[in-house]
Structures are given as C-alpha cells and as structure tokens.
Design a protein around this ligand. Sequence first.
Ligand code: DLL
Length: 436
Amino acid sequence: MYQYWNPEMETLPRRELEAWQLRQLKTMVSYALRTPFYQDRLPKAGIKSEADIKSLEDLKQIPFTTKQDLRVGFPYGFLSIPKDEVIRLHASSGTTGTPTTIYFNREDIRRWTGFVARCIYGTGCNATDVFQNMITYGLFTGGLGFHAGAEEVGMLVIPSGVGNTTRQFKLMQDFGTTVLHATPSFLLHVESKMREEGVSRESIKLKRAFAGAEPYSEDTRRRIEELLHIDVYNSYGLSEMNGPGVAFECQGKDGLHIWEDGYIAEIVNPDTLEPARDGEIGELVLTILCREATPILRYRTRDLSAFYTEPCSCGRTHRRIHRITGRTDDMLIINGVNLFPSQIEEVIMSIKEVGNNYLIVIEKDGMLDRLTVKTEVGPDIFMDDTRPLNALREKIRRTLQSSITINPRVELHESGSLPVSEGKAKRVQDNRPRNV
Ligand code: DLL
C-alpha cells in the first residue's frame, strides 16, 4: 500500500541513518567554516575543523543560530561558496523588513527537489496526476520548491500561483487537476468560493491537497477533507531549511516524518534550551545536512512541536513530529493568561455551523485586555434570522470559554466577508498599544 520515492533512504535502519547524519554533519561543518559568520562563531566553541566533530553528540557543542543572526549576516554572512557557483536565492522578508537570504548551488537544488518529490510521491501521487500549484511563486520557497518536486515525480504541473479563484476553477476543470497545493486558509477560501460560484464537485477531479506554510488544526484538516472530498496532507518547512520538504505526512496521516538524511532535528525547552523529553512539546531546532551553499547549524525555528515515540506503520525509519501547535513568538498574553491562536482555531473549527474564516482581535478596554473572536457563519445559517444566530454566538462563546478560560466576545460575519490574505493567513490583530 505504501509507496516510497527513495526506498533505501526512507527505510534506512536507524544506525545507518545516524552514520549518514554524522558524515553529512562533518561536511556541513567544513562548509560552515568557510562562511564569515561561522568562521567567527565555531572556533569560539572549540570547533576549528570538521575533525572536531567525532560523534553526533558533538552537535551539542555547536551554538544555536537564530533568525537575528541571519539578519545580521545579511546578505553574504552565511554564504560558503564563490558567488559564481550560486544558481538561485530565496528570501523571506519576515515582519521586521530585513530579509534573510538562502543561496543554493546546483547540487543543493537537486537535493531539495528530491526531498519534495519524496514528500509528494509518499502520499500516493504519481506521473498520472495533474498538480495545480496554488501558492505564491517568487522569493517565497513554496512555489518553485513544490513546482520542481512535482515535475520530478512526473506530474503535469500547472503553475497557477495564488489568487483569482474563478481562474483556478477553470484550470481545474479544463485540465482535470487531481492534486492541489495551497495554504490551508486558501483551501478553505477556495471551497467557499466554489459554493458561491456554483462550481459542482462533480465537475472537478480533485483527490488530494498538500496544505502547509502556516499552522492549522486537525479539525481544519478534517473540514477541508469533508468539504472538498479529498485527502489533505500536512506539509512543513521553512526557508532557512530550504523551504517545503523538511517534514511531511505519509499516507498514515499521523504526524510528519522529518527527513533525517537531510536534517538533524532536536526539540528543546525554549527557556532552558535543554533537550525536551520524547513526546514533550518544545522548540524545534534544525541543522541542515543537504545544502552546501548556505549551511545553517542548530537553527532555532521557534516552532513548537514534539517527537512521536512510536515508529510509523508505513515502515519509514525517519522520526515523526506532531503538527506545529504554534510558535514561541505567537503566544498571546491576555489578562495574564497565556494563549496560542491555535487553541482558538481548534475550538471554532470543531463547530460545524462556523464558516471557513475567522479573525482574532485583541484590544485594550480600560485596564483590561478584551478578546474578540470574529467568525464567518456556514452556508446553512442566514444572517437575518436572529434566533439561530444568537444561539450559535452563545455556543461559540461558551465552548471557547470552557477551553481557554477567557470569556471572549464573539462576532458572527457573513460568509466571505472577513479579509482573506493571498499568502499566509493573518489571523491575529493585536491592537493593544505596545509598551516602549
Ligand atoms: O512557509 C515554507 C513552506 C512552503 C512550507 C510551502 C510548506 C509549504 P517560510 O515562509 O520561511 O517558509 O515560513 C516558515 O511557517 O517556521 C512555521 O512557523 C510556518 N509553517 C510552515 N509550514 C507549517 C505547517 C515556508 N505545516 C514558517 N504547520 C515555519 C504549521 C508551518 N506551521
């Protein structure tokens, strides 16, 4: 039942996998020592050459690298090869404006493509599939990364990019699209628009979608699957680690396999930076093993996850992580209570009368913080019928309060009326004045 793109690597016994990781880590350290950043950083930590890495345990001597380090190192602080050997760059703009840039040589692109192809093929896709890449192309890694991986699998790739849902439906119908790639929020938007425009499910041949680049709950996955009658696979990655292709769900759809021949994954307590116990939630720290041009060691992703302790029934030996529950930097503190936006999403997406879009707004009300949750209503609820609306509002409020212990205001909005962003969804509007 399960199909492997690279059977040997995907099922490599752990001991051999670790031996591979050690070899690759040494190579990465040798490349790192050619970059201005690590030339300064590594010798201070006692690592002067790759010979100082004797076992995987020695990884712990390497200091963590942060987003801030990458910003300070802009533009070439992490480049390890001559510029004329670089064939591509990707960049993420981040929220502060200073971009972080990642460079690839030809071999780096080849290996990245292989990892993405592995993810895609492992969900059951093959060359007979038609793949519509409904995600941003350009500096963002999601577009070109998936594009190359899907071509490698041999699928017919439609580089539709994001936005313009009417045109997206037309492409799906004209070319018989079977697989989509998008952010989960855009998939939900597509589903709402399909209903609005009267596009029948029978007129399209969709079977699967890959959804990632932003956090979403299990209930959101189920909702997309039920509404569109497709299988949805969670796809995780970040530009600092190439982009997509870092971790992906297999057909077991229970946790994401981290490709450990391409990355060393650690999960640490974000406060003490000590390793978390197996199964305990902490910050994911990644070391790339498959990119010569921009080696990044022990990168603090800020993403919160946990390792699965059990091996997967699919037979792959690469460990699984839980879906990302949030980021260490997206935690909200509302009247002293710590809250992750994902906790709100989990509750509202489990209520079937709630529509496909929502927004979390936080404001100051005198001395106190006030949390408002705005949700769209589902297609079966009419906005001019106040009794069921009031009942729904109260149901959402009660369910949220018992889960997050904060009593929110709930606003209901007509389907399609809350803002949709083309890239990653912006779910939180924190309007509280910042302390300076
Ligand atoms: O979002 C790469 C990507 C493209 C992944 C397409 C999957 C599909 P960045 O723009 O650098 O790269 O953003 C990386 O997005 O650190 C997470 O916080 C978040 N993220 C990505 N995938 C998931 C996911 C791409 N499946 C940041 N679940 C990461 C939750 C995710 N969060």
